[in-house]
Each structure stands twice: as structure tokens, then as C-alpha cells.
Design a protein around this ligand. Structure first.
Ligand SMILES: [Zn+2]
Length: 448
């Protein structure tokens, strides 16, 4: 078999891996390149394989850097089967529509044609097949594929493709320990090859206890300064994590009741999908009675006009808005208005990619450009890493540990180069693994 790291190697985003078994070709993920001005135009590049020749696409989860180019794949001729869990399909339906809007706006601004159209999304959804965790999918030439729970976002999966006793495991993104809402990722103890993510390959997280503690402190600090607490958060998973923790803190009276605004119609729709698939959440959460994400004081803002109006409401208050890395979305106008005032707080709870405004703010910039405006940063900027949906460097090594007996080779992908190389070194030094950090477009032969 031939494995090609089409993209998503040497960088976090744009996951797209090609597995060729003679004439049969399979893809794992087909994501958008995001977060850097020089890489995003490459989303328009033709795929280096013929999309019409692909038998099936396995989708690990509904983050845009794993699904965002699926409509383009369809547009370019793909008519195979798309496999994912039902929750991933439901979330992908929302995320692709949102991506269409964002990309359409960017395309108009830069006088480019759109990357894809609504009809391409509809065609993709018509090719989609839902598969439960642990169910076997029979492919050609005695290959079997299985989705395992990755504990990263709702519906997220690892993909194992096996023939007889030999197999290749694509980790997708691997969920953090003690996630706010999700159960732990499945422990996998048998695979011949592993293609694994390394987003936090060189960083360590706060523990989950300190995560909630730090959120509590950040919000209390914001309340005592009498300002607005702005939390840039992705509409999917992070918004629900934070809402659930705020609800718990308010209900337990650790926090006084405070108005909370979720400024995102997408977040509202995603929250409904979470309620619909609540059996996938941690059993202690799934078994609660009543809606999981609503509490007195919470307002969900759908209408764009009302988005601006939120800021005029009395302080203190909390606003959650996307995007999580301040790369577009409603959070930008809030940041432009709120950051120049020292009573306000910016609480960063997610991964901030290199080159994003979020990363610049995380690194302590005192002046930034937002929506063409020069903005001075006087607000308190705090970072809470414990909400990450990704394992940190220790968690990633731990993930590989049960696999050491069977693994012949590990390919470290989906990380910035420093993170991938650091993780590769640790896997080699601590576990004696044969590790390779492939370059974008590189291929290897594997024996399956
Ligand atoms: Zn992800």
C-alpha cells in the first residue's frame, strides 16, 4: 500500500491523507488550510489525485480543518462514499454551511470565485453514510475499517483500517484527558502503523481542576473590574464546554448570577446537535434531566443587529463569540470595541494558531489591527489552556504507550514543525519508536 501525506503535514490544518491499495484509493479527512495568509490560497489548488478515482472518504470529525474541502472534492468529481459517525455528519452539515458563508465573503472581497457552492455541499451529504463506533465497514480486498471514539469533539473518531492482523490507525485529533463533556478517547493497543496528530506536541496543559478554577478566577476578576468579559470561542464544543462550566459555577453559587450572551446563531444550532446526541457525552452528564446548556441569565443572539447592541447592556457581563482564534466572525467587532478599555477582559480558552490575531493577543501585543482599525490593547488578557480539545505532549506519548508492542512505524503529522519534531523525538527517546515526520506531499510504502 502507498500512503501519501497530501496535506496536514508540517502544519496543523488541512488534513488530507491518501491510502492506495492497488486500484482502490481511500482518503482520510479533507480539510481546509486555515490560519495563514500564505497557505489559504492553496485551498484552490487542484487535488494531486483524481477525486473521481477515490472509493471512499473517512471523516474523523467535523472541524473545518478536517472537512472544509469535502465540497470541493465533490465539485472536482468525487462520487465515492463518505463515512463518519452520525454526530459528525450532523455537525458537518452546519459547519459546511457556515464555511460556505465565510469563504463566499472572502472570495467576494478578493474578487475570486467561491471555492464551492451549496449544491456541492448537498451532493456531499447525499454521499454520506453514518457509521457507529466499533462497527466494521467492509472494503475491497479484505480491508476492514472501524471508527473508534477519539474523545476530541462530539462524534469524533479515530479510523482504523486493517487487513488480517495488520492495521493502520489514523488518530484524527485526540481528545484531552478529563474533557468537560466527553468521555476519554478509546485506548488502542494494537496497530502496525500510526498516523498521529501533534498540535500540542511540545506544550503542556493545565489540569482540568485548575481549568475551572482559572475560569472562575478570570470571571470574578472581570466582575470586580466591572467590565465585559469577552471569551472568543469556537461555536462547536468549546462554547458548550464553557456554557456547561458557567452553568455549574452559577448553580453551585461559586459565581453570582451574571448575564451571559452567546453571540452566534451557529453556536445555537450546534448546541441543539449536542442535546440530540447527548448519549455520546460523559455518562454523568448525559443522564442529567432537562436541557444541559441553558440557565437563567443566558441569552443566545441570532440576529446580527443585536450583536452590536449586546455591548451597550450593563456590565459586568460575559460575551462568547466566534471565531475562537479571532480570525473573522462576530468576535472581531467586540474585540475592536472592548480591548482598548482596562476594565474589560479577554479570556482565551482555545488553541491560537500561528499567524492568527488570537495568537498575537495571546503573546501580549499592545497594539493590533482589527477590521482595518488600529486598536490599543488595555484589557486584561488571560489564557486558560485546560479547555483544549487536544492531548498535550505527555498525553500524546501516553496514547502511544499501549501500542508500542505492535507498532512498526509512527508518522507524526498535524502540528507546527517544532511541535511535530518535539513529539517525534519524545516517542523515539521514551518509547523507542521508529518515527517519521513526513513533509507535505510525501509518500511511503506500507505493508498491510
Ligand atoms: Zn479537531
Amino acid at each position: 500500500m502507498k500512503l501519501t501525506f497530501v496535506s496536514g503535514a508540517g502544519t496543523v490544518t488541512g488534513a488530507n491523507f491518501l491510502l492506495e491499495d492497488g486500484a482502490e484509493k481511500y482518503l482520510v479527512d479533507c480539510g481546509l488550510l486555515q490560519g495563514c495568509a500564505y497557505c489559504e490560497p492553496h485551498n484552490y489548488d487542484p487535488f494531486p489525485y483524481d477525486p473521481a478515482s477515490i472509493t471512499a472518504l473517512f471523516v474523523t470529525h467535523a472541524h473545518v480543518d478536517h472537512i472544509g474541502r469535502i465540497p470541493k472534492l465533490v465539485r472536482d468529481g468525487f462520487r465515492g462514499t463518505i463515512y463518519s459517525t452520525a454526530a459528525t455528519r450532523d455537525l458537518a452539515t452546519l459547519m459546511l454551511a457556515d464555511t460556505l458563508d465565510i469563504l463566499g465573503m472572502e472570495a467576494r472581497q478578493s474578487h475570486r470565485p467561491p471555492l464551492f457552492h451549496r449544491t456541492d455541499i448537498d451532493m456531499a451529504l447525499s454521499l454520506w453514510k453514518e457509521i457507529e463506533y466499533d462497527k466494521l465497514i467492509a472494503l475491497h480486498n479484505n480491508l476492514l475499517a472501524t471508527f473508534l471514539d477519539a474523545g476530541h469533539i462530539l462524534g469524533s473518531a479515530m479510523v482504523r483500517i486493517a487487513r488480517g492482523k495488520r492495521s493502520i490507525l489514523f488518530s484524527g485529533d485526540i481528545g484531552n484527558h478529563h474533557a468537560a463533556l466527553l468521555p476519554e478517547a478509546d485506548v488502542v493497543s494494537d496497530a502496525t502503523y500510526l498516523v498521529m496528530e501533534s498540535v500540542y506536541g511540545n506544550r503542556s496543559h493545565d489540569t482540568s481542576a485548575s481549568r475551572t478554577e482559572r475560569l472562575l478566577r478570570a470571571v470574578k476578576g472581570g466582575i470586580s473590574r466591572g467590565g465585559t468579559i469577552l471569551i472568543p470561542a469556537f461555536s462547536m464544543e468549546r462554547t458548550q464546554d464553557i456554557l456547561f462550566d458557567l452553568r455549574t459555577l452559577i448553580e453551585s453559587k461559586n459565581l453570582p448570577p451574571i448575564p451571559v450572551y452567546v453571540d452566534s446563531p451557529l453556536a445555537a444550532a450546534v448546541t441543539e446537535v449536542f442535546e440530540h446526541h447527548r448519549t455520546l457525552l460523559r455518562p454523568d452528564i448525559a443522564s442529567r434531566k432537562g436541557p444541559l446548556f441553558s440557565f437563567p441569565g443566558l441569552t443566545i443572539v441570532g440576529d446580527n443587529d443585536k450583536s452590536h447592541a449586546i455591548r451597550t447592556r450593563g456590565n459586568p457581563k460575559i460575551i462568547l463569540a466566534g471565531s475562537g482564534m479571532s480570525q473573522g466572525g462576530r468576535v472581531l467587532s467586540h474585540e475592536a470595541a472592548l480591548l482598548p478599555h482596562q476594565e474589560n477582559s479577554l479570556v482565551l480558552v482555545g488553541y491560537q494558531a500561528a499567524g492568527s490575531l488570537g495568537r498575537t493577543l495571546e503573546e501580549g501585543a499592545k497594539r493590533v489591527s482589527i477590521l482595518g482599525r488600529d486598536v490599543r490593547v488595555k484589557a486584561h488578557v488571560e489564557r486558560i489552556t485546560g479547555y483544549s480539545g487536544h492531548r498535550d505532549q505527555h498525553g500524546l506519548v501516553e496514547f502511544v504507550e499501549p501500542l508500542t508492542k505492535s507498532l512498526e512505524r509512527v508518522f507524526v503529522v498535524m502540528g507546527e514543525p517544532g511541535a511535530s519534531l518535539h513529539l517525534a523525538q519524545r516517542l523515539h527517546d521514551y518509547l523507542g519508536m521508529n518515527v517519521h515526520v513526513p513533509e507535505k506531499g510525501g509518500s511511503v510504502d506500507i505493508d498491510l
